[in-house]
Design a protein around this ligand. Structure first.
Ligand code: ADP
Ligand code: MG
Length: 243
């Protein structure tokens, strides 16, 4: 994918959360955003998802300029898959229905097609035997894999994931990380926020370090982890790699 973000600005009230953020990345499939809590990572992802409108700045993704018009954003949102930290499954629907409902309602697939696609994906993410269960009957890791399956079901080339494992214990985390690595093998375009540095190293073609609403440093994963340049990134890595 090719992404060009220039002078992106977003405030909530008086608080400037994204402060003229700039980023240009080309020719990579997976971008991993890292950085301290409160730095603006989720806000950036929500803007890229079309869920938040910036006050200022321009974003082009694969040479297409992102609109700031609510109607156009509504259509744009249908073309990307999004997975958030807190799963966001419909609690009153089975795993299966969580996947088929958006396919039927938003993407106008007929019941049969939606159900075939959902079954294939549930099997792929090792959830075949859990298809009939409600979210409350699934473990956190299983719920998050349903959320990933749902995002992938839309068959979008482009997936955004915001700390998909942060609510999970380590055993469940690795199941979800495996599912994400599988998407990488399929050459989906991923933009992912994670605090799992080992995983970031594994999955990232490109790392973006965001702090105080700016991209402080970015580059290939090997360079970023072996040779961080800015004091902010050095400090962040020395803190997070200790744990
Ligand atoms: P990160 O994901 O890096 O932890 P966020 O983008 O979630 O950072 O948040 C950056 C800052 O913006 C935080 O100080 C947060 O409190 C603030 N913020 C985020 N969303 C909102 C919102 N909807 N309303 C008010 N403040 C917000
Ligand atoms: Mg966040």
């Amino acid at each position: 994918m090719e992404i060009n973000i220039s002078n992106l600005k977003k405030s909530f009230g008086y608080q400037v959360v994204l402060d003229n953020l700039n980023l240009y990345v080309k020719g990579v499939h997976s971008i991993v955003i890292i950085g301290p809590s409160g730095g603006g990572k989720s806000t950036l992802l929500r803007i890229l998802a079309g869920l938040e409108i910036p006050e200022n700045g321009m974003i082009t993704i694969n040479n297409k300029k992102m609109s700031k018009d609510e109607k156009e954003l509504h259509n744009y949102r249908k073309t990307i898959g999004v997975v958030f930290q807190a799963f966001n499954l419909f609690p009153h629907l089975s795993a299966m229905k969580n996947i088929t409902l958006p396919l039927e309602k938003v993407h106008n697939l007929n019941k049969k097609k939606a159900s075939t696609r959902a079954k294939t994906l549930l099997n792929k993410f090792k959830l075949g035997e859990h298809a009939h269960k409600y979210p409350s009957q699934l473990s956190g890791g299983q719920q998050q894999r349903v959320a990933i399956a749902r995002a992938v079901a839309l068959d979008s080339q482009f997936l955004l994931l915001d700390e998909p494992t942060s609510a999970l214990d380590p055993a469940l985390t690795s199941e979800v990380l495996d599912s994400i690595l599988e998407l990488k093998r399929e050459k989906k375009d991923l933009i992912l926020v994670t605090h799992e540095m080992g995983f970031a190293k594994n999955v990232a073609d490109y790392i973006v370090f965001v702090d105080s609403g700016k991209v402080i440093e970015s580059g290939k994963a090997i360079d970023i982890f072996s040779n961080p340049k800015t004091p902010q990134l050095k400090e962040f890595l020395s803190k997070t790699l200790k744990h």
